[in-house]
Design a protein around this ligand. Structure first.
Ligand code: SAM
Length: 269
């Protein structure tokens, strides 16, 4: 009997072993999955893009609306499982790296992409920066991120989480922290708290006279050494007298500056 039981074990189809290098922490808590899908509220006509569908937990909940989903998954081993799961849905699976993926190619009308994902934490920052440069094809984005990253996205000036990421996101998007998700909602549980964030491109372009590349480079310079004064961080970039002429105290730290003050500085960069 025991021998047979062992044999039965060995012929059981292999279940997927979560891969650390792909940041695989799969959502298992159905109430959290339902809450995310409700917050996204897809409709049947939506052009949904899911980054990293994994084992399809969130994908399945989104499909209840009858929407079409393009999913981008890097792990080949998850492909057949996903294709079987959603064979009767409007499901297109791209075996690709989201960081290299051409999101514009999925757009059928201006600003139609609704991007979602429980993002692998190791690629979330570069991926958000990449998507910020494709906002003309995006309607909104809902992401599960490390709570620390959500804190940076939603930060306000004067706060120590106010950073280049806060500035570059908030100038072009409205940002909402929706809710936190504890490690127990995943398998395997991550070591950190997570949170869901909604990003939506601003309806009207804010401070359109400021080239974003210029702002990004100024902010990078201004925040390069957080403990140092603006005068020091911008040495050789903007004269102290020019900083003063903008009504900004050169002895302050960049983290105390508002979005508009940073834009003013960038325009003198
Ligand atoms: N959506 C699933 C869930 O909520 O259970 C899985 C989320 S898991 C945190 C991240 C997923 O992104 C994994 O399926 C992983 O293989 C995939 N992934 C990791 N790096 C990726 C990349 N560069 N491009 C596309 N997918 C990636």
């Amino acid at each position: 009997m025991r021998k047979d039981a062992r044999r039965a074990d060995t012929v059981r189809p292999k279940t997927h072993v979560p891969r650390k290098r792909f940041g695989q922490n799969f959502l298992t808590d159905q109430s959290v999955i339902t809450a995310i899908a409700r917050a996204i509220a897809p409709s049947a006509s939506d052009n949904m893009i899911e980054i990293g569908p994994g084992q399809g937990a969130l994908t399945d909940a989104l499909f209840e609306s009858g929407c079409a989903i393009n999913a981008i998954e890097i792990d080949r081993d998850l492909q057949s499982q996903l294709r079987v799961m959603f064979f009767n849905r409007d499901f297109t699976l791209h075996n690709a790296d989201a960081l290299q993926f051409d999101f514009n190619a999925l757009s059928k009308s201006p600003g139609d992409l609704r991007i979602v994902g429980n993002l692998p934490y190791n690629i979330s920052t570069p991926l958000i920066f990449k998507l910020l440069s494709h906002l003309s094809v995006i309607k909104d984005m809902h992401f599960m991120l490390q709570k620390e990253v959500v804190d940076r996205l939603t930060a306000e000036p004067g706060n120590k989480t106010w950073s280049r990421m806060s500035v570059m996101t908030q100038i072009d998007c409205t940002v909402e922290h929706l809710f936190d998700v504890p490690p127990e909602a995943f398998y395997p549980p991550p070591k950190v708290q997570s949170a869901i964030v909604r990003l939506a491109p601003r309806v009207e372009r804010y401070r359109p006279e400021c080239p974003r590349v210029q702002l990004s480079s100024l902010v990078q310079q201004a925040f390069s050494q957080r403990r140092k004064t603006l005068r020091n961080n911008l040495k050789g970039v903007i004269d102290e007298s020019e900083i003063e002429a903008l009504g900004i105290d050169p002895s302050c730290r960049a983290e105390t500056l508002s979005l508009d003050q940073l834009v003013d500085l960038a325009l003198h960069h």
